[in-house]
Design a protein around this ligand. Sequence first.
Ligand code: NDP
Length: 261
Amino acid sequence: MLKKFAIFGNPVEHSKSPNMHNAGFKHIGFDGRYEKYLLEDGEKIAEEFLKNGYEGANITVPFKEIAFKKAHEVRGIAKQIKAVNTYINENGKIIAYNTDAPGFLKAIESFKNVKNVLLLGAGGTAKAIALILRQNNINVHVLNRSKEKLSFFKDENITCFTWDEFEAGKYDLVVNSTSAGLKDENLPYEQEKLSHILKNSRFAFDCIYGKTTPFLALAKEWGCEVKDGKDMLLFQGVLAFELFAKLKASDELVGVMKESF
Ligand code: NDP
């Protein structure tokens, strides 16, 4: 019987998840269909998920936090992040996961011997990244433009700073998890200070994908090995797919999903 899946978001039109998952289903001969679901009211996410008979779903901006609250059960690191991007229907019960965090970790696997990370930004993505790094015994410092969003990190005992109070250390990897560079040409931190940090770092990762951001361009200038967010998107999708199809993805399947967007 055909199994239905969806991505809930607003906006959702731009999402690459349907391409990725439908290509995966086709490749393994799984009778599934994955569609976009433009959700107006986040309060209704659980109701809409069940009413439409979805076996699984992904959740994107701006519903990851409300989706966490509306799930019947939350598993894994999502409990600490307090935001989820994946729903699974287990006999009418909604089980929720966060695959953004382990997806990030897989995306930086090619960077070897990372022990100290400077994480720029303190939004939803930064929460997932900081917690998964800590869980893997990687030291993380969070740096954000303003103070408000840092309370989450303080409560989690994660070292964090605003721009005003920051004194840079030495980092193996610098991650841009701000939206600077997404729709503009801004750097996520003051150029001179960022240059000094990048000069002493080996790797730079930007969560933004599909373009060379000013951050990645600067990191390249200073000789860092760089990577954009495409693999982060891919691996959160692969990990969700494994939950949907209840299998371990082969390298070939990962390749098919990567080629789909
Ligand atoms: P949020 O809106 O939750 O947080 C945005 C963060 O960016 C805040 O910390 C904000 O600081 C900071 N910021 C915004 N503009 C600037 C600026 N000009 N200079 C410095 N800091 C700035 O965003 P998300 O965490 O949801 O997403 C962050 C980024 O990650 C986005 O670009 C998104 O596209 C990308 N992303 C990529 C994914 C992938 O799979 N590759 C998955 C999810 C997200 P302040 O608190 O001071 O406002």
